[in-house]
Write a protein that binds this ligand. Structure first.
Ligand SMILES: *Cc1c(COP(=O)(O)O)cnc(C)c1O
Length: 424
């Protein structure tokens, strides 16, 4: 008999490309049938067949407080009663903007959008409009959403123009995107040298979390800051994952490196569609209607989405112990996993990933050494034991405030059993 997830997937494939609205959900790189999720509570998600899973993706980060946080839920329900969308100014937009600007010194002004992709796309336009330069430097293996100019072939030659990573992206759209090597300042310096006075900005995930987790080496982020200053370019931290996660002030605060612009997503919406970009007042004042850089959105600052974001950020501000808890739980989990295996485990804060390679992973080339077939076996065995890990090697594991020591102990024990079988 088919499971309900199988039935739903069959129906979905007839009407949606690959049966999904975002590719990783299709389980293509790990095989098997995606679970259709019906409900979630705390650290658990429940599929259409009623099977419970321990959730280690937390909607890819937004659910840092766990599913069904009472304060967030109440704020959303209250907002719903007042109407879904007005296309006009609301107090909630001011509140969320103030929460960020008052607690993160390098964010003097912020603009809300509806996704991380949109935040990045807009921040790049602003950097170009502000500097009157066209070129941007990104890093191989860093993901910044799916806007055309960011879909550059990962790992493409650092000094050559990139070729698009996706069909439908013109050569022109990526001609101004230069690709450098993560954790390698020399590769950035070389791009600056070859493109004098042409680089508008460097955009980086301050902790790379979309090639699996790769942690910045000592001096990498501050080195980027210096290179940008020396060349009159802006530094953009894409904190869509790290923002409000490594600590409230994100990677910028965590590493004490101040970017010019920051992009947010995921946690800032607390599970609703929100993205944002912000930074120095002088730069943000170039955004329309104050300045010449156009950017708009029918549903930007949507009151329901703002309510979820405000409640989530307030909770984090009122309960700073959340960070100690999730970071130490992740540290414990990683320490135990490292006792079980010699495979590489990269970790920072509440993010980690297990790579099926024994070599250290500092960048995209390193991540690619992971045996993804082994990852697929590992993923499916974990799923059989009701543990929902990221359905692809090149994603992070997210620990949230609802995870318990029992959850983590069960997970460690299961990983131990699975790795013992035949996976070393
Ligand atoms: C998820 C992500 C994005 C894209 O955000 P969406 O809301 O999916 O558009 C951009 N940058 C980083 C670092 C991300 O992790």
């Amino acid at each position: 008999m088919m499971s309900l997830s199988e039935t739903l997937f069959a129906r979905a494939k007839k009407v949606m490309p690959g049966g999904v609205n975002s590719p990783v959900r299709a389980f293509q790189s790990v095989g098997g049938t995606p679970r259709f999720i019906r409900a979630a509570k705390g650290s658990k998600i429940y599929d259409a067949d009623g099977i419970e899973y321990l959730d280690y993706i937390g909607s890819w980060g937004p659910m840092i407080l766990g599913h069904g946080n009472r304060e967030v839920e109440a704020a959303v329900m209250q907002a719903v009663g007042n109407g879904l969308s007005f296309g006009a100014c609301t107090e909630q937009e001011v509140q969320l903007a103030e929460l960020v600007c008052q607690h993160i010194p390098h964010i003097e002004m912020i603009r809300m959008v509806s996704s991380g992709t949109e935040a990045v796309m807009s921040a790049l336009r602003l950097a170009r409009g502000y500097t009157h330069r066209d070129k941007v430097i990104k890093f191989a293996g860093c993901y910044h959403g799916h806007s055309d100019s960011m879909l550059i072939k990962a790992g493409s030659g650092a000094l050559t123009f990139g070729s698009p990573d996706s069909a439908g992206v013109t050569k022109g759209a990526v001609a101004d995107t230069l690709s450098a090597k993560y954790n390698d300042l020399d590769s950035v310096e070389a791009l600056f040298a070859h493109n004098k006075d042409k680089i508008a900005c460097v955009i980086v995930e301050p902790v790379a979390a979309n090639m699996g987790v790769a942690v910045p080496k000592e001096g990498f982020l501050s080195g980027l800051r210096e290179l940008c200053d020396a060349n009159g370019s802006l530094l953009i931290f894409d904190e869509v994952i790290t923002g409000f996660r490594l600590c409230f002030g994100g990677a910028s605060q965590f590493f004490s490196v101040t970017p010019d612009l920051v992009t947010y997503g995921k946690i800032i919406g607390g599970g609703m569609p929100v993205g944002a970009y912000g930074g120095k007042r002088e730069i943000m004042e170039h955004v329309s209607p104050l300045g010449p850089v156009y950017q708009a959105g029918t549903l930007s600052g949507n009151p329901i989405a703002m309510a979820a974001g405000i409640a989530t950020l307030r909770y984090l501000l009122n309960h700073p112990e959340v960070y100690d808890k999730i970071n130490s739980l992740a540290q414990y989990m990683v320490d135990e996993i490292r006792k079980l295996t010699t495979y590489t485990v990269n970790h920072i804060g509440s993010l980690f990933s297990l790579f099926f390679t024994k070599e250290a992973v500092y960048d995209y080339d390193g991540a690619l050494k992971s045996d993804t077939a082994k990852y697929a076996v590992y993923f499916n065995r974990m799923l059989q034991h009701n543990i929902y890990m990221p359905p692809a090697q090149f994603e992070a594991v997210f620990i949230g405030n609802a995870h318990t020591r029992d959850d983590v102990d069960y997970t460690i024990q299961t990983i131990g059993n699975i790795l013992k079988e035949d996976m070393q």
